[in-house]
Design a protein around this ligand. Structure first.
Ligand code: ADP
Ligand code: MG
Length: 310
């Protein structure tokens, strides 16, 4: 049966070692090939993706050229720019890959805004490091409102808030595109963070976690399944310990107990597990979420591979 699937692509789907545009397109080409079986099976795909290294490099470029004539652009704009560049690459290679497979389907990238609350507690506790490492001197020369933290001896780095997504602005439109049969790339980099204030919408200096944004999008467009693809085939208990253990099919209750015991690192596996739980709970437990690696995605409906949350 045809399913509507939100696929959240992890960083390893785009960037391997070489950050050149060419190498990233090559990595995405291999990613696109791995998604083709799902498209061949007739499922509707909505693809979201991370942008950490890309927006990091863009911020470096911005600050290197920063001047009166060519001022550095703010973070929300940089997120929009990476949604555009990564979406363009993926659109290009997906179309090519589909053509090779003899599948006639449109692919489109949609710039996506995500509303966050200006009262989100994250705004008083910025935690997410972004942009270049600065020396103490460079940091002190910046007499702006920004907050910097010392990052394990490597220098000072600006930190920005990571608020929770409330609503994906373009979700109704994304739904329409999907209904028209287009593979839709949306909510890249967790979406462009915007706040609403007295009916006015504006971008903010913040980063929304891409796993949470993907989950919110999946809720809003009534996806049947949320698949979070990353570098590991499963979420693990005692990850990286000699006794590490794959988590296979698991209930929300059981998974919550593992969260409480600290099995999942914050900023990497924890948001995936939390996003998966949220999706399942939002559906009143009628739907599942899967965390696995890109290599396993073709076998998702024929095996029980991956961490499956129900
Ligand atoms: P992505 O770009 O896909 O979001 P992240 O690096 O943010 O990737 O998160 C995935 C990483 O989380 C894995 O590659 C792994 O190193 C790490 N990780 C932390 N805790 C766990 C765990 N309990 N089980 C599996 N992976 C974990
Ligand atoms: Mg991540």
């Amino acid at each position: 049966m045809k399913k509507r699937i939100v696929i959240a692509l992890g960083g390893n789907a785009i960037l391997t070692k070489d950050p050149s545009a060419k190498a990233q397109q090559l990595a995405l080409r291999s990613t696109a090939k791995k998604l083709v079986p799902l498209i061949e099976q007739g499922h509707e795909l909505i693809i979201s993706h991370g942008n950490g290294p890309q927006v990091g490099n863009l911020l470096l470029q911005q600050s290197a050229a920063d001047s009166k004539e060519n001022p550095a652009l703010p973070l929300d704009t940089c997120v929009a720019m990476t949604q555009g560049s990564i979406g363009y690459w993926l659109q290009l290679v997906l179309r090519e890959t589909l053509k090779e497979a003899g599948i006639n389907k449109e692919v489109i990238t949609l710039l996506t805004q995500v509303i966050v609350s200006k009262d989100d507690p994250a705004f008083s506790h910025p935690t997410k490091p972004v942009g270049p490492f600065l020396s103490e001197e460079e940091k002190n020369r910046k007499n702006d409102q920004d907050i910097y933290i010392e990052d394990s001896g490597r220098g000072w780095r600006k930190v920005v808030p990571s608020p929770k997504p409330i609503s994906v602005t373009e979700a109704p439109l994304i739904e329409k595109l999907v209904e028209m049969g287009a593979i839709t790339i949306a909510a890249g980099g967790g979406g462009i963070p915007v706040v609403e204030d007295n009916g006015e919408v504006s971008g903010v200096e913040a980063v929304i976690d891409k796993d949470f944004a993907s989950e919110k999008l999946a809720e809003q467009i009534k996806a049947d399944l949320l698949i979070i693809l990353t570098a590991v085939d499963h979420a693990y208990l005692d990850y990286n310990q000699p006794n590490q253990k794959q988590i296979k099919t698991i209930s929300v209750e059981e998974l919550k107990q593992h969260i409480d015991k600290g099995h999942f690192a914050s900023g990497s596996m924890l948001p995936k597990v939390e996003a998966a739980i949220r999706f399942v709970e939002h559906s009143n437990r009628t739907k599942q979420a899967i965390i696995t690696s890109l290599d396993n995605v073709a076998n998702i409906f024929t095996t029980d591979i991956g961490t499956r949350i129900y």
